[in-house]
Design a protein around this ligand. Sequence first.
Ligand SMILES: NC(=O)c1ccc[n+]([C@@H]2O[C@H](COP(=O)([O-])OP(=O)(O)OC[C@H]3O[C@@H](n4cnc5c(N)ncnc54)[C@H](OP(=O)(O)O)[C@@H]3O)[C@@H](O)[C@H]2O)c1
Length: 312
Amino acid sequence: MNILILGGSGFVGGHLCHRLSEHHQITVATRYKPAAKHLALIPNTRLCQLDPYRPDELSEALSQHQALINLVGILNERGFSGKGFHRAHVELVEIAIAACKQAGVRRFLQMSALKAGEGQSRYLQSRGEGEQRVRESGLDWTLYRPSTIFGPDDSFLNRFASLLALSPVMPLARPGARFAPVYVKDVVEAMAATLENNASYGQTYELCGAEIWELKALVEWVAEQRRLKRAVIGLPDVLGRLQGLIFNLVPGKPFSSDNFKSLLTDSVCSQSGFEALGLKPWAMSEKAPHWLNPEDGRQSRYQRFRSKAGRH
Ligand SMILES: NC(=O)c1ccc[n+]([C@@H]2O[C@H](COP(=O)([O-])OP(=O)(O)OC[C@H]3O[C@@H](n4cnc5c(N)ncnc54)[C@H](OP(=O)(O)O)[C@@H]3O)[C@@H](O)[C@H]2O)c1
């Protein structure tokens, strides 16, 4: 199958290209080719630079393809109006649907987020609107709703690890917020399992890892893995909100008021998409030490060396 991926140059996209290129031809449509050149090394994968907001460019790129996967998503927008979220999560979905119809592409895989459409954050609200457009599209669609995704190259555990390295004390908004961190390779496996499976048309898969974590416990665990003695201080909501307001003004918005609002909604599954697909997800505490914990990392490098040498 020839598959075009939007937003494929990011964290999930790299893993998805590796997985799908085993059996398919992949085109990654990117807004800026040089930033995606790492993907050109993957067999059966090519890059195409385009403006995804231009329907004609997108439908032209879609010719000769049989599926579109939309991975585009932003956690923060420029400014505070909600327009940035709407453009990336709703308008782009509308354009992608129209382009598929114009190019005769019926299969449409849409990455969303757990709890899309719930709570007060513009992130989740716009995700919900994007999902609605997909459901009404008349295409052969499948929706994926992961909790927070982790992996060796994520910006979740790695971000906490970097912040913890900076200071002995870490003030944390929404310390009791709950997540079920899901391993990136499990997410892409679910996408691979559904791509050509018509039982998945019209389905929404919630994707959670095997463990539920509270945010404070998770950050303390990351510190432990890094052998760092740190005081993680849970902030009451009044201070958490203030933290969001202050960080709104920091370039790149490392945390924002909208992130704070997203944290008011627990990111845990109400049904298991993995179980529906006959897959078993990893637990974060089993997988992540391989790259978070230097000793575990050395150990696994040693194990890899032994297994390469045929000594299991
Ligand atoms: N990572 C997680 O924990 C997590 C959890 C739940 C859901 N998700 C969703 O999964 C998807 C992939 O996540 P990810 O972590 O791989 O994201 P990512 O690393 O930020 O990559 C997303 C890609 O989308 C494109 N993009 C970014 N902003 C855009 C914009 N305003 N308009 C159009 N394209 C834009 C970029 O590709 P180009 O610059 O090449 O065009 C970027 O590489 C996203 O939809 C995300 O919301 C992620």
